[in-house]
Design a protein around this ligand. Structure first.
Ligand code: ADP
Ligand code: MG
Length: 391
């Protein structure tokens, strides 16, 4: 059960509502690329508009250096939103100060105002109380629907809640419910699949999931560090020597639960057109590198996945950006899609990989938040969630 109040638990009728959304979308030449995050916020926006609330949206976009940087303007995002909804979408060229205040004051019920990038001000990432207070002064209620930014304690994700009644939006609720249930109250067997480039990014996640899951299936570049920790030279494979000890400990801690690839695909160059071969896990010949998991590993992992009731997946199984080394990732995606388990996938690259397979409709929940979903898998509290009112 979701422990926080949502927009359904308070009166939003005719109110001015400041909504922190995660509109940190890819922009190319001022045009929105993948619009998943914008669409994901629509249920909250539409619900508020139906209640005749005046909806003020704020978000960060990209990584401007604490000052105005036109390439990270929210303006194209506002224009994009205007095409998705019938209501009027206004734009304010600042998120705080007189420009924002005047635009918010003039906003009518049933209309939308998009504020300029919150990271154009240094106060955002510093969680400056003055900036939080100014944001709060625009509205009667604060709604956090930015799951993808909930692991950051910034002025617009956390600080603002000190000055307004603060509740969750529907996307936040959905993300926390799926990820939270998978981790804290999973239907078993609970299988975690972990891959991606580096172990160092995900040590906390592996450790927490070794406690909570029945099986942890390792793939991707991070497997290489485990191989090396077990004494196999990995030649030119991506490896992190600084965490060999940790990898060694995790193998010991994990025991039967921790599965490592039994075979891998090696390549003579780091490129799609490289010569490749499938070899059993063991010393990698000089001049070669591991770029994918092998077919026997896929078969073994698929069996474990087929038997699961809950699957959580973060991190590709190989360098899926190269079609010749995408097979492991795509076949694991197929296994997850085919299983009857509740399946949750998080992580920017993992989600991109699954979207390439066209199997995304067969996944129970695809998270919009990479870093935030990882912190949840690690068992950490999300600051942007913690500040919201309890039910
Ligand atoms: P996510 O964004 O889903 O959390 P990561 O960012 O941790 O995933 O890792 C994704 C990256 O890992 C991809 O760019 C992929 O190419 C890379 N990767 C996967 N397997 C390997 C490998 N064997 N060698 C080098 N890089 C790898
Ligand atoms: Mg990534």
């Amino acid at each position: 059960m979701f422990a926080k109040k949502t927009i359904k638990d308070i009166d939003v009728q005719n109110k001015k509502v400041l909504v922190r959304v995660d509109f940190n979308v890819p922009l190319k030449d001022g045009v929105v690329g993948d619009d998943t995050r914008i669409r994901a916020a629509l249920p909250t926006i539409q619900y508020l508009l139906e209640k005749n609330a005046a909806v003020i949206l704020c978000s960060h976009l990209g990584r401007p250096k604490d000052c105005v940087d036109p390439q990270y303007s929210m303006k194209p995002v506002a224009a994009y939103l205007a095409k998705l909804i019938p209501q009027k979408v206004n734009f304010a060229e600042d998120c705080v100060g007189p420009v924002a205040k005047a635009a918010a004051d003039a906003l009518k019920g049933g209309e939308v105002l998009v504020l300029e990038n919150t990271r154009f001000h240094a106060g955002e990432t510093k969680n400056d109380p003055e900036m939080a207070k100014q944001l709060a002064s625009l509205a009667d209620i604060f709604v956090n629907d930015a799951f993808g930014s909930a692991h950051r304690a910034h002025a617009s994700t956390a600080g603002v809640a000190d000055y307004l009644p603060a509740v969750a939006g529907f996307l936040m609720e959905k993300e926390i419910q799926y990820l939270g249930q998978a981790i804290d109250d999973p239907k078993r067997p609970f299988v975690a699949i972990l891959g991606g480039a580096k172990v160092s990014d995900k040590i906390g996640v592996i450790r927490n999931l070794l406690k909570k899951a029945d099986d942890v299936l390792i793939g991707g570049g991070m497997a290489n560090t485990f191989f090396k920790a077990q004494g196999y030279p990995v030649a030119d494979s991506l490896v992190e020597d600084e965490v060999l000890d940790v990898a060694h400990e995790l193998v010991k801690e994990g025991g039967q639960k921790l599965h490592l690839p039994v075979d891998v695909v090696i390549a003579d160059k780091f490129e799609d057109g490289a010569a490749k071969k499938v070899v059993p896990t063991g010393p990698v010949p000089d001049g070669w590198r591991i770029l994918d998991i092998g077919p026997d590993t896929v078969a073994q992992y698929a069996k474990v996945i087929a038997n699961a009731k809950t699957v959580v997946w973060n991190g590709p199984m190989g360098v899926f950006e190269f079609p010749n080394f995408a097979k492991g990732t795509f076949e694991i995606a197929r296994a997850v899609a085919d299983s009857s388990a509740i399946s949750v996938i998080g992580g920017g690259d993992s989600v991109a990989a699954v979207n390439q397979t066209g199997l995304e409709g067969k996944i129970t929940h695809i998270s919009t938040g990479g870093g935030a979903s990882l912190e949840m898998l690690e068992g950490l509290e999300l600051p942007g969630l913690a500040v919201l009112q309890d039910k």
